[in-house]
Design a protein around this ligand. Structure first.
Ligand code: AMP
Ligand code: MG
Length: 472
C-alpha cells in the first residue's frame, strides 16, 4: 500500500466510556467516486496513486495507524432530549495534524453498524453522500467553517430506504466531532468525572485559553454566532440544528436536509421532518442560542457551586443574541458594500430584504446583482428597489471599493437544490459527470465564469425542490 496517512490519535487515548472500538464493516464491491487531493495534501496524506483507495475509503482495508472507534454522544432532537445517540453509522479512523498544525478527524460515514446504531443499518445511500460531498466543499470554498469531504466511494451494495438504493461511504474530515451532545451525555448521567475529562480534552484541542467553563462557553458562543451569521448571509438553511449536530469547534456539521434558499423568505423550510419550522432560515439565530443554553446547562455541573452559577451562565447566554446581531450586521453590510457598519445601516439591509421578500426575488442573484447592476432586474416591479437604491448609493459615498467588497461576499454560485437533485439522479444511473462538474464549479463561487452561467439560474417552476430529506 503506497497510501500513507500520518495518524496521530488523541481521542482513542481517552479512557473507557467515551467511545466503542469498532471496525468498519467491509462492503461487497467498493469503487472510488472521488478523492479530494488538495485536502489530502493539507492533511499530510501521501500516496494517492494507491490502487487500494476504494478499499480504504470503503472501510474494507483499515490503514496502518488507524484506531477505529465510534464516539458516544447524546442530544436534543427537535427539542426532545435523547440520552444516547452516538456514531450509529460512522467510524472515526483517527486524526492527523495537518500542514497548518491543526488536528483533524478522519471519519468514515456509512461504514456499517456500531454499538450506537439502534434500529439503523449503519449505512448511507449515494444521494446524501454526494450531497454532503458537494455542499460541504462548496461551503468551504464560500469561506464558511465546515467539515470537509475527503473521499466518496460506492459500496456495490444496495441499502433499503423507501426503495433499494445504491450504497456509498463518505470520508468526512472535521476539526473534531465534539458536539454539544458530547457534553450533554455525561452531564445528564451525572458523571462529572467523565464530563471534566471531556472538558479538558475539548479545551486542549480547541480553546487552550478557555480554561474555565465560562470562558469556554463564551468561546463556543462566539464561534457559533459567527457561523450562524455566515449561514444567514448566504441563504443557507442547515435544517437539523439538533444539539448533536452542533459542533464545539464552530464548524458546520451534518449535511442532511440542508439547502440554500432560492427566492428569499425568512420562514423558508425545506426539511421534510421539520414540520413546525423549528429550524427555518430565520429561526436559526434563536436555535443556536437555544443550543448554547444546553451547552451551558451541561457545563454547570463542572462549577464548584452549580446552583450559584445558574444566574451568571444565564446572563452569559443572554449576551448571545447581540453577538449574533453584530455578526449579522457586519456580514449583511458587506453584502451591500459597507465596510464598517453603523447601527442605522441595519435598516438599509432590512429594507432591501423586505423588498426581496415581497417580490420573492432570488436571494443569491439579487445580492450578486448589486455588483454588476442587475439587481433591479430581479424585481417584477423595480419601483421600491429604485427608491431604496437612492439611499443606498448615498450611503456608499466615500466607501472604498464597495464593488470589490460585494463581489467577495456575494457569491455568483451556490449549490442550488435542483442542481444537487439532478446530480444525484445522474449518479444513481451511473453518471458521475454532473457530480464532478458541480465540484469544479463550486470551488470558485465568487468568480464570473461564463461556462457556469447555467448554474446561476434559479429553478424553473417545474424544477423547484420543495422538500429535502435526512440522509438516514
Ligand atoms: P443525523 O440525523 O445524521 O444527525 O443522525 C442522528 C443519529 O442517528 C446519529 O446517532 C446517527 O448515527 C444515527 N443514524 C442516522 N442514520 C443511521 C443509520 N442508517 N444507521 C444507524 N444509525 C443512524
Ligand atoms: Mg448527526
Amino acid at each position: 500500500m503506497t497510501l500513507h496517512i500520518p495518524f496521530d490519535n488523541s481521542y482513542a487515548a481517552l479512557p473507557d466510556g467515551f467511545f466503542a472500538r469498532v471496525q468498519p464493516e467491509p462492503v461487497k464491491a467498493p469503487s472510488l467516486i472521488a478523492v479530494n487531493a488538495p485536502l489530502a495534501r493539507d492533511l499530510g496524506i501521501d500516496g494517492l496513486d494507491d490502487p487500494n483507495l476504494a478499499a480504504v475509503f470503503a472501510g474494507n482495508a483499515v490503514p496502518g495507524g488507524a484506531a477505529p472507534l465510534a464516539q458516544l454522544y447524546a442530544g436534543h432532537q427537535f427539542g426532545q432530549y435523547n440520552p444516547q445517540l452516538g456514531d450509529g453509522r460512522a467510524v472515526l479512523l483517527g486524526e492527523t495534524v495537518g500542514t497548518d498544525g491543526i488536528r483533524r478527524d478522519i471519519q468514515l460515514k456509512g461504514s456499517g453498524r456500531t454499538p450506537y446504531s439502534r434500529m439503523g443499518d449503519g449505512r448511507a445511500w449515494l444521494g446524501p453522500v454526494l450531497r454532503e460531498y458537494v455542499v460541504s466543499e462548496a461551503m468551504h470554498a464560500l469561506g464558511v467553517p465546515t467539515t470537509r469531504a475527503l473521499a466518496a466511494v460506492r459500496t456495490g451494495e444496495k441499502v433499503v430506504r423507501e426503495r433499494p438504493l445504491p450504497g456509498a461511504v463518505l470520508t468526512r474530515v472535521a476539526q473534531s466531532h465534539l458536539r454539544v451532545g458530547t457534553f450533554q451525555v455525561f452531564a445528564a448521567r451525572g458523571d462529572t468525572t467523565a464530563l471534566q475529562t471531556m472538558f479538558d480534552y475539548a479545551v486542549d484541542r480547541h480553546y487552550p485559553d478557555a480554561t474555565d467553563p465560562a470562558r469556554f462557553l463564551d468561546a463556543v458562543m462566539h464561534k457559533q454566532s459567527a457561523l450562524v451569521a455566515q449561514w444567514l448571509s448566504l441563504g443557507f438553511i442547515h435544517g437539523v440544528m439538533n444539539t448533536d449536530n452542533c459542533s464545539i469547534s464552530g464548524e458546520t456539521i451534518d449535511y442532511g436536509p440542508c439547502a440554500f434558499m432560492d427566492s428569499y423568505h425568512p420562514e423558508t423550510v425545506y426539511s421534510s421532518i421539520d414540520r413546525f419550522g423549528r429550524y427555518s432560515y430565520a429561526a436559526q439565530a434563536d436555535m443556536i442560542v437555544w443550543n448554547m443554553a444546553q451547552l451551558a446547562t451541561a457545563l454547570l455541573s463542572l462549577m464548584p457551586d452549580p446552583e450559584a452559577a445558574v444566574d451568571p451562565f444565564t446572563a452569559q447566554i443572554h449576551t448571545m443574541p447581540e453577538m449574533i446581531r453584530a455578526e449579522w450586521l457586519t456580514r449583511f453590510a458587506a453584502k451591500i458594500g459597507i465596510s464598517d457598519p453603523k447601527p442605522e445601516d441595519a435598516q438599509l439591509v432590512t429594507d432591501l430584504l423586505s423588498l426581496m421578500q415581497v417580490s420573492e426575488t432570488d436571494f443569491t442573484n439579487t445580492f450578486r446583482g448589486l455588483v454588476d447592476g442587475t439587481a433591479r432586474d430581479q424585481f417584477a416591479d423595480p419601483t421600491g428597489f429604485d427608491q431604496w437604491a437612492v439611499g443606498w448609493q448615498a450611503r456608499l459615498d466615500g466607501e472604498d471599493d464597495p464593488q470589490g467588497r460585494m463581489r467577495s461576499v456575494n457569491p455568483a454560485l451556490i449549490p442550488r437544490n435542483h442542481r444537487i437533485e439532478d446530480m444525484i439522479t445522474a449518479a444513481i444511473a451511473g453518471d458521475d459527470a454532473p457530480f464532478h462538474r458541480l465540484n469544479a464549479a463550486y470551488a470558485n463561487p465568487y468568480e464570473d465564469d461564463e461556462s457556469c452561467n447555467d448554474l446561476r439560474l434559479p429553478p424553473r417552476s417545474n424544477e423547484v425542490v420543495h422538500a429535502t430529506f435526512c440522509g438516514t
